[in-house]
Design a binder for this molecule. Sequence first.
Ligand code: PLP
Length: 367
Amino acid sequence: MNSDLLSLSASIDSIWTYQDLLPVAQPRSGIAASVGATPLHRLAALDSIGPAIYLKNEGLHPTGSFKDRGSAVGVTAAVEHGVSAIGTVSHGNMAMSTAACAAGTELDCYVFVPDDIPPERLYNIGQFGPTIVRVSGSYGALYEKSLELEQTHDITFVNSDSPLRTAGQKTTGLEIAHEFVQNKALPDAPDAIVLPVSSGGHASATWKGLRELAEAGLIETVPRLYFVQAAACAPIARAYTNGASTATALSPDDVGETIAYSIANADPPSGTRALTAARETGGSVLAVTDKDIHAARNQLARRGGISVESACATTLAATEQLVEIGELNTTDHVVLVGTGSGFKEQRTGEIATVDASVEALETVLKH
Ligand SMILES: *Cc1c(COP(=O)(O)O)cnc(C)c1O
């Protein structure tokens, strides 16, 4: 670790500020060279909920989600190792992000999607030029299959919990802690971080980043980590509530539809690690309903000025639950991780408008 990082006094330029904690060095070109360094917004207009609220705006990444942190490291390492191709099993943000980071490199990129993928998702991914493979049969089996392919082919897979991806994704935790240490107007550390979870990869990576800082003596303690799932698909929250030691897969009967589709993994590969992270840091794992997610999404937009994906609006809904049960109060400083931008999300519903003619515009103004 270099001495600047050791004191967390360097400015945060990108994930490569933490180069000494990453498995590969900063590339010279492409979007991978500059991912990270997302803003931490203080959203005082939401403080009426209880604690002081901050939002780490991961939606400002080149492809609109934190997945760029892991894709940047995965793609850069694959180039460095002279591998021919990179691949991922995803039909959402991870697919888009991997394809965008691979664009302009020597790597071929393979994205494995389910054969019933909606057209707008195909466009989001396809614009970056990967080979999109529509896979029939059990999409769930593909994760294991991809690990086999990696053994027999010249391809690196950066799935949700691959070591390269988690190495990149731990920088979310590093940046949050770093920002609090550096900014004298803030407390030394947040009391809690609230993060939406699906595979559990980001959750366990964030925990790892924070533990590394604590072990190096750069922060005193790891903040309480609260993880959130949509009630319609909440295997990790179920395990937490049941006091189980492992997060096991939900049966299809226990899975419903949710607007938070980016966090709807019924068989999370890093679920148990996320469960442990929540318990060991004194946090918990919660489930929130689509109705509450919808309301939280509106609040973040109307009072925070931020359009988040439904998946991350779960963090505000969970914060409200935690205040209700007395887990969070007005003295706490809480960071919500806004994992993805709302601008890619297809939405419908009524938006209120006011009608007026050019001649009579004055009639609509109240002031
Ligand atoms: C992938 C994703 C998540 C969940 O991350 P995991 O590492 O799979 O737990 C949450 N929010 C958004 C917007 C995502 O794209």
